[in-house]
Design a protein around this ligand. Structure first.
Ligand code: PGA
Length: 263
């Protein structure tokens, strides 16, 4: 098997950051880095999608959006919304759905998230579905239940998991410098893998484990350790993906991990 197919996913979630000029200089440096950039996905704000696309055109870096409309996949009277067809049209391959900041700040529930996933699939986009418990759930011991609920409801009536990446992001670890422990990450990723297999077993044959990536205070220091864990197929990186040195170091760490099957 070619090495590049084994490389774990590195997803940059830039959130509400960057301008046209900072993006151009960031991507110039990324492309000059000579790193293997396969399976790297950049998710900028809507206003930066076309700038990013133009820069990445000749590269193998993919682009994703951070959200999409839940109402329609094509068009309609939804002021301020961006449809998945529009994202596809501007060159996105992926869309992040159900990030905890959207669940919290925009009161997105599982039904809304489920509609967004359906719209993404109608437009031919792959989905990065975020799930994760808050500190209360973790401390009460309800974390597996909470995350299973988000997963099962988010994926209701979605016929197969092939075009879906699950991002496990404990809310208490996002932007807090508090990374989940190796044991906590492995426990949840194994649980999610089993839950997905149970959900899809009758309709789907799994020759590879479902893609489940980890996010929450990932940086250049902890990336390699997290990537080496069982059931971890990649990383969703917020803060550290905005700094070119840190981001390149994370990709370098990913590229130098050997002997792990990261499907
Ligand atoms: P963080 O964000 O890496 O800054 O914790 C991760 C995310 O929210 O996707």
């Amino acid at each position: 098997m070619e090495t590049k197919n084994n490389l774990s996913l590195i997803v940059a979630n830039w959130k509400m950051n960057q301008t046209i000029s900072t993006v151009n200089s960031f991507l110039d440096q990324l492309l000059l880095s000579k790193l293997n950039l396969s399976n790297v996905i950049i998710c900028p704000s809507y206003t930066l999608l076309s700038t990013v696309k133009n820069k990445l055109n000749e590269s193998n870096v993919s682009m994703g959006a951070q959200d999409c409309s839940s109402f329609a996949y094509d068009n309609g009277a939804y002021t301020g919304d961006i449809s998945t067809n529009m994202l596809k049209d501007i060159g996105c391959d992926y869309v992040i759905i159900g990030h905890s900041e959207r669940r919290k700040n925009h009161l997105e529930d599982d039904d809304t998230i489920n509609n967004k996933i359906k719209n993404a699939h109608k437009a031919g986009l792959k989905v990065i579905l975020c799930v994760g418990e808050n500190l209360n759930d973790r401390e009460n011991g309800n974390y597996l239940q909470t995350v299973a609920h988000q997963l099962i409801n988010g994926l209701a009536d979605i016929p197969n998991i092939d075009n879906i990446i699950i991002a496990y992001e404990p809310v208490w670890a996002i932007g807090t410098s508090k990374v989940a422990s190796e044991q906590q990450i492995e426990e949840m990723h194994e649980f999610l893998t089993k839950t997905i297999k149970d959900l899809y077993l009758t309709s789907q044959v799994f020759d590879q484990i479902p893609k489940i990536i980890y996010g929450g205070s990932v940086n250049q220091e902890n990336a390699a350790k997290i990537l080496a864990l069982n059931y971890v197929s990649g990383l969703l990186v917020g803060g550290a993906s905005l700094n070119i040195e840190k981001f390149c170091k994370i990709i370098l760490e990913r590229n130098t991990i050997k002997g792990k099957s990261c499907n």
